[in-house]
Design a binder for this molecule. Structure first.
Ligand SMILES: NC(=O)c1ccc[n+]([C@@H]2O[C@H](COP(=O)([O-])OP(=O)(O)OC[C@H]3O[C@@H](n4cnc5c(N)ncnc54)[C@H](OP(=O)(O)O)[C@@H]3O)[C@@H](O)[C@H]2O)c1
Length: 212
């Protein structure tokens, strides 16, 4: 069983989100620019999307995944914790269709929405991963973001496979992915593939000799 990150988009200067985050602008001043590449793929849009390299990477997001861990700021805009009716961004059939563990300092009862159950917890990355691995039923666990949670799990040495998508924009501000990850490349084999769409796919595969 592995711990994986897929389709995590960053700007050239390493931001996984702009600012400020709000209900109207979930990605802050980044708008949709970090994810435009994915919305142009067949995975996102089966009718009009492209089936090229970006789609091949994007399609890796779901197969073999039995649970996701995400941060509180991915689950909702600032203040969602005070709204007992908030059920996430994804409507009545969220795309996860697995248990999802939402890391938050404002725990609440589990919430079933469609085929997804959200569990809210305060825990160390190690403890959260242990619970998610149990829930994943022998499949892999995806770390779903945002940048804060990705950074924490990578810094803790818990992630086996990291797929980042570098988008050619400079955000200048937002949530930084790379802070505290100096020298990360020493623990991973790194492959970089430029897509004709203009984005760059970076794949970090943990070296077999490095254990968490
Ligand atoms: N670029 C991408 O591909 C991508 C992917 C996913 C999401 N996003 C975007 O990224 C943004 C969110 O990222 P972010 O870095 O701001 O925040 P985040 O990683 O989603 O969440 C961070 C927050 O989660 C809670 N948290 C984290 N670790 C915890 C722990 N161990 N125990 C308890 N609570 C914990 C804390 O919130 P509290 O203290 O408030 O509880 C913390 O401030 C959103 O705009 C989202 O849409 C981008």
């Amino acid at each position: 069983m592995a711990t994986r990150i897929h389709n995590f988009s960053i700007s050239l200067d390493g931001f996984g989100s702009g600012e400020p985050q709000s209900f109207e602008t979930p990605f802050g001043h980044a708008g949709q620019r970090l994810h435009a590449w994915m919305m142009a793929t067949r995975m996102w849009d089966p009718v009009h999307g492209s089936a090229g390299m970006d789609d091949a990477f994007a399609q890796q997001h779901d197969p073999g995944i039995g649970a996701e861990i995400m941060g509180a700021h991915k689950f909702g805009p600032p203040g969602w914790q005070d709204d007992p009716d908030w059920r996430g961004w994804w409507g009545e059939e969220p795309p996860f269709r697995t248990p999802v563990f939402v890391l938050t300092h404002h725990a609440r009862e589990p919430l079933a929405v469609g085929a997804t159950t959200f569990h809210f917890l305060t825990a160390t990355p190690q403890e959260a991963l242990r619970l998610a691995t149990e829930a994943a039923g022998g499949q892999d666990v995806r770390i779903g973001g945002g940048a804060t949670v990705v950074r924490d799990f990578v810094a803790a040495g818990l992630v086996d496979h990291i797929h980042l998508v570098q988008v050619p924009i400079v955000l200048g501000r937002g949530t930084q992915l790379w802070d505290g990850l100096e020298g990360l490349e020493a623990s991973y084999d790194v492959e970089v593939t430029a897509s004709p769409s203009g984005v760059t796919h970076l794949v970090f595969s943990r070296k077999p000799s490095v254990t968490s």
